[in-house]
Design a protein around this ligand. Structure first.
Ligand code: DAT
Ligand code: MG
Length: 138
């Protein structure tokens, strides 16, 4: 069972002023913040982060969107972190997301869906270390 996941509040949600409300949901669900920063990805950095999707038709659009504004990146800690966080954020397409999930509440479309959550323990570590050095993780 994992105890760490990685998240980003995406540019659509930071622009719309939802950072505080989303962090409240994350805290309310019992996640501890191990690292956090507001930053902005270059198109190149976004491309590196989403490298696994390189061959997908939406890759260009995804990288343009993710570098279009500021994001809030964070490492979160909790028992069963990866799975519980995916439950908290809801389905990739907000139209399919369950009531009360972050994507249902704050996402506008499949492409601009408010928040990222790691899909495995391995990726949680890779993604957290992509943004934060060991000295920035508490
Ligand atoms: P998730 O973010 O739920 O893990 P994913 O890893 O399959 O979803 O895709 C990464 C992001 O890419 C997703 O949050 C939004 C975007 N995306 C996925 N499928 C898409 C599609 N069919 N059209 C446009 N954007 C898409
Ligand atoms: Mg994913």
């Amino acid at each position: 069972m994992s105890n760490q996941t990685f998240t980003m509040i995406k540019p659509d949600a930071t622009k719309a002023g939802h950072i505080g409300a989303i962090l409240e949901k994350i805290n309310g669900a019992g996640f501890r913040i191990k690292a956090m920063k507001m930053t902005k990805l270059s198109a190149e950095k976004a491309g590196q982060f989403y490298e696994v999707h390189k061959e997908r038709p939406f890759y260009g659009e995804l990288c343009a969107f993710m570098s279009s504004g500021h994001i809030v990146a964070a490492i979160l800690e909790k028992d069963n972190a990866v799975a519980d966080f995916r439950t908290l954020i809801g389905s990739t397409n907000p139209a399919d997301a369950a009531d009360g999930t972050i994507r249902k509440l704050f996402a506008t479309s499949l492409g601009e869906n408010a928040i990222h959550g790691s899909d495995s323990d391995e990726n949680a570590m890779i993604e957290g270390n992509f943004f934060f050095s060991a000295l920035e993780q508490f």
